[in-house]
Design a protein around this ligand. Structure first.
Ligand code: ATP
Length: 369
């Protein structure tokens, strides 16, 4: 469903200049966001940046200090949680310990007054969806963390909410189970067509699952974009650093040549080039950002743009690729990756080896913030 990309659809949720203060703390500071039907939307950021507070305001557990929240065009800022077409899955899962898995899932439906036969059918569907049918009669303490997580998800989905909020839903799982569950979550979300809004501090998790990510910083939204765009075109040093690995070169603009900017970079001891057609005055401070995988090795005697020579100080072997730390004469370190498939065919790089790297002006970005 790409309707949100076109921006033509009516947003499922509109957050309008929302601020939440606790005493002197601005937990959420003037946030505006539109989230479209069927999106898998992530609120991403470090601890304390306001993700959970924003999510709790969407659910109705907190009231904004100022601003409005609209669901399907209707102002719900003052509407009680249970009257919003929204369900929330909590960090702690909050399962009832004395109830079986099936009863936990049925609980909300029962409260809603759904007739027995319909309820049983819905519970069965939900258990099949998250693959916990064999555990239907167990109590939560007889389940693994991953199984409990799936029960909580089934319970949150059982009422068929139009919008589901998830606060660090995979936080309790180990890496392997996390990765598996990430795909399951996306799968379930796509099958049910529910709008998911998830809070996470894990950039990989956000990248894997999301249609779009709102990267937060000190209560504000730094950048909102699909994962690929956030990775390829971060708007600031903060965004570049938070998503993936990046090399930052601080410098000063010398001049513009066509759509390229020339940068005097003292820490690299070189003039660097970046493709950017925005108008930039000479003397302006600018930062060049380049991802480790965009850097390539030059063969002896070969020349290239953004050419730097240094000594390999560290090598991390990760199986498919290796990460190298190159030390430049001034002491600055540059990270680059090499495919090990390629490295097998060539001479493998070794510690203390002197090599020359290069990257294209259109394979890096210019950051002014
Ligand atoms: P984490 O990833 O650690 O859960 P977060 O990004 O979800 O962090 P919030 O929990 O939204 O961040 O907190 C944002 C800021 O608001 C923090 O500085 C926090 O201490 C403060 N805060 C949150 N809730 C309250 C509260 N009820 N009373 C006072 N301050 C609060």
């Amino acid at each position: 469903d790409a309707s949100w990309q076109a921006g033509s659809a009516e947003p499922a949720i509109r957050i309008e200049n929302v601020t939440k203060t606790f005493g002197k703390t601005y937990a959420v500071d003037d946030v505006s966001l539109d989230i479209y039907p069927g999106e898998f939307f992530s609120l991403l950021g470090p601890s304390g940046c306001g993700k959970t507070t924003l999510l709790r305001m969407l659910a109705g557990f907190e009231t904004p200090s100022s601003g409005r929240i609209l669901i399907d065009g209707k102002d719900v800022t003052q509407v009680a949680p249970y009257e919003r077409p929204i369900n929330m899955m909590f960090q702690s899962y909050a399962l009832f310990p004395h109830m079986t898995v099936a009863d936990n899932i049925a609980f909300g439906l029962k409260q809603e007054g759904m007739p027995r036969s319909e309820r049983d059918k819905r519970v069965q569907e939900m258990m099949e969806l998250v693959q916990i049918v064999p555990f239907a009669e167990r109590k939560p303490h007889q389940l693994s963390g991953g199984q409990r997580q799936r029960v909580a998800l089934a319970r949150a989905l059982a009422k068929h909410p139009r919008i589901l909020l998830l606060d660090e839903p995979l936080g309790a799982l180990d890496k392997k189970l996390r990765e598996k569950t990430q795909f399951e979550l996306v799968n379930i979300q796509e099958r049910l067509g529910i709008t998911f809004i998830i809070v996470t501090h894990d950039q990989e998790e956000a990248m894997t699952m999301s249609s779009r990510i709102a990267l937060m910083r000190d209560g504000r939204v730094e950048q909102v974009d699909p994962p690929r765009r956030l990775y390829e075109f971060p708007i600031s040093r903060y965004a570049a650093n938070f998503i993936g690995s990046v090399n930052l070169f601080e410098g000063v603009v010398i001049e513009q040549q066509g759509d390229e900017v020339l940068l005097q970079c003292d820490e690299a001891g070189a003039v660097l080039r970046v493709r950017d057609s925005r108008k930039m005055a000479s003397g302006m401070p600018l930062c060049l950002a380049v991802r480790p995988e965009k850097i390539r090795l030059l063969a002896p005697g070969e020349e290239g743009p953004n050419q730097l020579t240094g000594v390999i100080r560290e090598i991390a072997y990760l199986g498919d690729v290796s990460i190298y730390h190159l030390e430049l004469p001034g002491g600055k370190r540059v990270q680059f990756t090499q495919s090990n498939v390629q490295a097998l065919a060539e001479q493998p790089l070794t510690w203390d080896q002197t090599v020359t790297i290069s990257w294209r002006p259109d394979s890096c970005g210019a950051l002014s913030e």
